[in-house]
Design a protein around this ligand. Structure first.
Ligand code: ZN
Length: 321
């Protein structure tokens, strides 16, 4: 148990460390000389969904040591799966958030870890003050961490929607030193992000499947966290399901959905959910958008041999779209 908690501590710190790295001042600073000549990658991708516009926004990427993080698979098999996708450990992993512009409301799904999201949002033509609602898939630091900067609300107007089960679990005063098998850093970061929102009277919790806004419903997906939720967004008969952290390491977990990750609060529930949902998505052709699939993280999951693979949506870049 001691070893496990040390590993969890290291991994929980990873996303927090990312936020700290991203927060370094200045565009050049400690950047390597080669990168200094160019602006940062522009992390914006637009997708038309009926009358709505979905914009994928990159919060940046982080290298994840999958040997340390993944469970139920050997390091050799991880390397084999990564090599099959022409990748290697540590796996460069996207942190994606999504803006849904319904025409009347601007709705942000997740807020990243406090990395490059605001640069991406600005590049997409929006200011933080224009965001009306924020839908959190769950309370982890790489999803809720962008809510607050230096204790102040980054999106001052926004109502923040999240499942009550995650608020109950992560903000419980009795959990702030951690629970068996789950390190305190998860709880500390959730409280730092959601506490100021709650204090400002901007936190709106829901239970189960709920109509959050016109065209947007929550879909309970517990396992990764107790209140982990998908959001189904529909317009003019088109739908997209925002699946949060159903998958982190696509090169390994798509071929073998039984592989779990240290971030999962309930390993067996998270595994069963992924196994069932991949099958359902592949059968139904449901379009999905995920926080950690390679940016922009929008596409379809299809059968591939005994497992699955991911097909990104078309890149469309012409007038009239
Ligand atoms: Zn998570």
């Amino acid at each position: 148990m001691r070893t496990r908690s040390l590993v969890l501590k290291a991994t929980a710190g990873l996303f927090l460390a990312t936020a700290i790295t991203f927060a370094l001042p200045g565009p050049v600073g400690a950047e390597p000389a080669m990168a200094a000549a160019h602006p940062a990658q522009i992390g914006v991708f637009r997708y038309r969904l009926g009358d709505f516009e979905v914009t994928a926004l990159s919060d940046g990427t982080v290298p994840l040591d999958l040997h340390e993080l993944l469970k139920g698979v050997s390091p050799a098999d991880i390397d084999k799966a990564l090599a099959g996708s022409f990748r290697r450990n540590p796996a460069e992993t996207s942190i994606n958030a999504f803006l849904v512009d319904t025409g009347s409301r601007r709705v942000l799904i997740d807020t990243g870890a406090g990395g490059r999201l605001l640069d991406s949002l600005k590049a997409a033509g929006y200011e933080p003050s224009q965001i009306d609602d924020i839908l959190l898939t769950h309370a982890h630091g790489d999803h809720a961490g962008g809510l607050v900067h230096d204790g102040a609300l980054v999106f001052p107007k926004a109502t923040v929607h999240i499942a009550k089960a995650d608020v109950d679990f992560f903000l419980d005063p009795a959990h702030q030193n951690g629970v068996p098998g789950y390190d305190k850093s998860y709880f500390v970061s959730a409280t730092a992000s959601l506490g100021p929102v709650k204090a400002a009277g901007k936190l709106d919790t829901f239970t189960g499947a709920d109509q959050i806004l016109p065209g947007i419903v929550s879909v309970p997906a517990p396992g990764h966290t107790p209140g982990h939720s998908f959001y189904r967004v529909e317009s003019k008969g088109q739908s997209m399901l925002f699946i949060g952290d159903l998958v982190h390491a696509e090169a390994v977990q798509l071929p073998n959905p039984k592989v779990t990750i240290a971030f999962d609060v309930d390993q067996s529930k998270a595994q069963a959910k992924r196994v069932a949902d991949f099958k359902q998505f592949a059968t139904s052709g449901q379009a999905v958008a995920a926080a950690h699939l390679p940016f922009p993280g929008i596409g379809h999951i299809r059968r591939q041999g005994a497992g699955y693979d991911f097909v990104p949506v078309d890149f469309v870049n012409r007038d009239g779209q």
